[in-house]
Design a protein around this ligand. Structure first.
Ligand code: CTP
Ligand code: ZN
Length: 162
């Protein structure tokens, strides 16, 4: 692969042939993004942490071979990396660039932090649902009890998933 002069330092890990590259992840959140994607056993994965970025200062990058994100995964990535670019790679080329935009409402993937919320009652068929009240940093609000979920809490909850 031809690199422009001085470009070698950018290529810390090799380009991938088929799959997804999630770029412009805030530094420190690569592992949280990887957990979300939950790639199949045996999938080739590369993490770049604390790479230089003009836009972010430092950034993380996650490359997963042979994996295409579902819309749910794209939305979840947006919640922990609102400025991320999702690059779909086919035959070494970037064939699609998606911006990870946080969804206006979030259903199912997070739980309300208020233990007395109706969505936390055992056996209660009320699914958690949040509305986006702020994009930067991502801030959500439970539509049932009004509890605010901060960016840190979102990252913490999504990092804990297996
Ligand atoms: N990439 C990769 N394998 C490929 C093609 C691209 O791993 N076969 C990676 C690049 O290293 C980069 C990301 O996918 O991290 C996006 O590639 P590209 O669009 O070529 O880079 P930029 O133009 O720098 O992207 P942006 O404008 O989104 O910053
Ligand atoms: Zn609630």
């Amino acid at each position: 692969m031809a690199e422009c002069p001085g470009g070698e330092s950018k290529l810390l890990v090799s380009k991938i042939r088929e799959g997804t590259v999630i770029d412009h992840i805030p530094a420190g959140r690569a592992l949280a993004v990887l957990k979300l994607l939950n790639p199949p056993r045996g999938a080739r994965v590369a993490l770049v942490m604390n790479a230089e970025s003009r836009k972010l200062g430092r950034k993380d990058i996650v490359k997963v071979e042979g994996v295409t994100l579902t819309p749910e995964q794209t939305a979840a990535v947006a919640l922990i990396a609102p400025k991320a670019t999702i690059n779909i790679i086919k035959n070494y080329d970037v064939v699609e660039k998606r911006r990870a935009t946080p969804p206006r409402t979030v259903k199912g993937i997070l739980r309300c932090t208020n233990p007395t919320c109706i969505t936390r009652k055992p056996g209660e068929p009320v699914k958690p649902k949040f509305k986006l009240v702020k994009e930067e940093p991502v801030t959500l609000q439970c539509i049932y009890c009004g509890t605010i979920i901060t960016q840190e809490e979102i990252v913490e909850q999504l990092s804990g998933q297996t």
